[in-house]
Write a protein that binds this ligand. Structure first.
Ligand SMILES: Cc1cc2nc3c(=O)[nH]c(=O)nc-3n(C[C@H](O)[C@H](O)[C@H](O)COP(=O)(O)O)c2cc1C
Length: 323
């Protein structure tokens, strides 16, 4: 029985998985491959200390790439058996994967894999998603097996959320370490990482519930003036590194499922970065757990960003273990 995809299959799946979202497109992941196992490590050189001192979002980003990889491999007829946090002596080792050949692949599997290449973070105002109640309960079922809860922020709570977002944006304008980090990662487009100006809205089009970025030149011809996106929150009961990894996997599942339905998405985390804003979100979403990431979901009003944001080459993230 085959127990390992060939090198080309694994390489192409790792390359596709690297389209996963990550905080400021930092891509904080590394894969190592040996004879019968692939391992995922966080790359702590790529942590953003001023924005993400605990590494919560570094691990969340790695969870997203892990889920992307599993989706990419399923479409190539390979199931994965994952062990999370397999090595108590090495915090950077987040998961190991073993493989089993799959006879059949469903249409849904293929649509999720196809969504990987089409997904973009949409930061312009969006229209309201249609037939949303049904879609929302389908998304809830999608994340439940990962031990992650999906809640919707009620429409009447939006002004309070916008107010909190503005307050945090204002406080951070004078936070030199945060601003230095943000301008290193966002708004230049010179490197195979970071957020290029084309993916950032001009200042006047910034959505009130979004993080404040340096102004860019993303355009949408007939883009909505006001954001009508649904706002979702992923949360967990406890707040361990395993919860962060699981939340990243759930985030990826929600983003791909929405993309497959033709919806636009945006991950939003400036409101989950401090204990006080997490407490506010907990109250606003009427949940008992720990808010991990917000997601805006809606209808892209204009053409949206055409070009994908850059990624590092596979040679910089996939390494073969010497035996
Ligand atoms: C953990 C995490 C946090 C993120 N936080 C934000 C955010 O606060 N605001 C935002 O606009 N995008 C956020 N993003 C989206 C990334 O900026 C985006 O994935 C990255 O720039 C790559 O672009 P792409 O998603 O279009 O491929 C986040 C993504 C992840 C995984």
């Amino acid at each position: 029985m085959e127990t390992m995809p060939d090198g080309r299959t694994l390489e192409s799946a790792v390359a596709l998985a690297s389209r996963a979202p990550s905080l400021h497109n930092s891509q904080p992941w590394r894969w190592t491959l040996d004879a019968d196992e692939l391992a995922l490590f966080s790359d702590s050189d790529r942590i953003l200390p001023a924005t993400d001192p605990s590494g919560r979002q570094m691990v969340l980003s790695c969870g997203a790439v892990l889920h992307h990889l599993r989706v990419a491999l399923t479409a190539r007829h390979w199931a994965t058996v994952v062990e999370r946090m397999p090595d108590a002596t090495n915090r950077r080792c987040l998961a190991t994967l073993r493989f089993r050949r799959l006879d059949a692949v469903t249409d849904i599997d293929l649509r999720m894999a196809e969504a990987i290449g089409r997904r973009r973070t949409e930061r312009l105002p969006m229209g309201a998603p249609q037939e949303w109640a049904r879609a929302e309960s389908a998304l809830q079922m999608l994340v439940e097996p990962a031990g992650v809860r999906l809640s919707a922020i009620a429409e009447h709570e939006r002004p309070a959320l916008e107010e909190l977002s503005r307050r945090i944006g204002g406080e951070r304008r004078s936070d030199l370490a945060y601003q230095t980090e943000l301008s290193w990662w966002a708004g230049h487009g010179m490197y195979p990482d970071g957020i290029p100006p084309d993916a950032l809205p001009p200042g006047r089009r910034t959505v009130a519930t979004e993080r404040e970025f340096p102004p860019g030149n993303a355009t949408g011809e007939s883009a909505e003036a006001e954001d009508r996106a649904a706002i979702l929150l992923l949360s967990t009961t406890t707040d361990t590194r395993l919860d962060w990894l699981r939340s990243g996997e759930a985030l990826s599942a929600v983003l791909l499922a929405c993309t497959a339905r033709g919806l636009a998405t945006c991950s939003v985390t400036h409101l989950t970065e401090s204990e006080s804003s997490r407490a506010f979100l907990r109250e606003t979403a009427r949940i008992e757990g720990v808010p991990q990431v917000m997601i805006r979901v809606g209808v892209r009003a204009g053409p949206g960003p055409d070009a994908a944001t850059p990624r590092r080459p596979t040679s910089a993230i996939l390494f073969r273990k010497q035996s």
